[in-house]
Design a protein. Structure first.
Length: 196
């Protein structure tokens, strides 16, 4: 992590006003760089980037392609997809750490970044668990109970979460309470696997 100014954040969004707004909300606390395209993101990426706030839909090179490049390079960067696109089952295979739907309030943005900064210090198992629960929460917000109950991919995601929970028993004692709440974030909706 960058020592001066805390974590180094790369904001990637083709909407200049949105990207600059995020930057102005974060720059007092973090070392922030803003780029406005996928190709510019690839140029700016380096091992010194701790967190990427990544728009999913961009011309020339999509956020999904940038995310793939981040993982192919083996960077330990935490990535939040920040998008106007409603979550669909395809996000289950995407290797991001959080999925935040636009419009994003300043409080939600600061909370997401603060959580990802804490995740930088956590074990890989915990990072994976948070990513899985983030996908589950995004899908619960965007899909009906029937769609969730009928999806084999969602059932596999639920099974992966159960497996990850079992593997985390030794880490729970060191879990930050706010991260515990975020990982178990549940909408007030019934369990989709028990829907009639």
């Amino acid at each position: 992590m960058s020592e001066a100014g805390g974590a180094r954040i790369l904001i990637v969004d083709d909407d200049v006003d949105v990207a600059d707004t995020y930057a102005s909300q974060l720059e007092e606390t973090y070392d922030v760089e803003t780029v406005y395209s996928g190709p510019a993101a690839l140029e700016a990426l380096s091992p010194s980037v701790d967190i990427v706030l990544l728009d999913r839909r961009m011309p020339k090179l999509s956020g999904c392609e940038v995310l793939e490049a981040i993982r192919e390079r083996g960077l330990e960067t935490r990535v939040a997809m920040v998008t106007g696109e409603e979550a669909d089952f395809d996000i289950i295979e995407m290797p991001f750490d959080d999925y935040v739907q636009k419009p994003v309030t300043e409080g939600a943005l600061l909370g997401t970044v603060a959580h990802l900064v804490r995740c930088l210090t956590y074990d890989e198992q915990l990072r994976e668990y948070y990513a899985l629960t983030s996908k589950r929460a995004a899908l619960i917000q965007s899909k009906t109970l029937e769609e969730l109950a009928e999806s084999d991919r969602f059932s596999e995601l639920e099974a992966d979460i159960e497996t990850a929970e079992a593997a985390l028993s030794d880490l729970v004692a060191d879990f930050d309470p706010t991260d515990f709440d975020r990982a178990f974030r549940d909408i007030d909706r019934p369990d989709p696997t028990t829907a009639d």
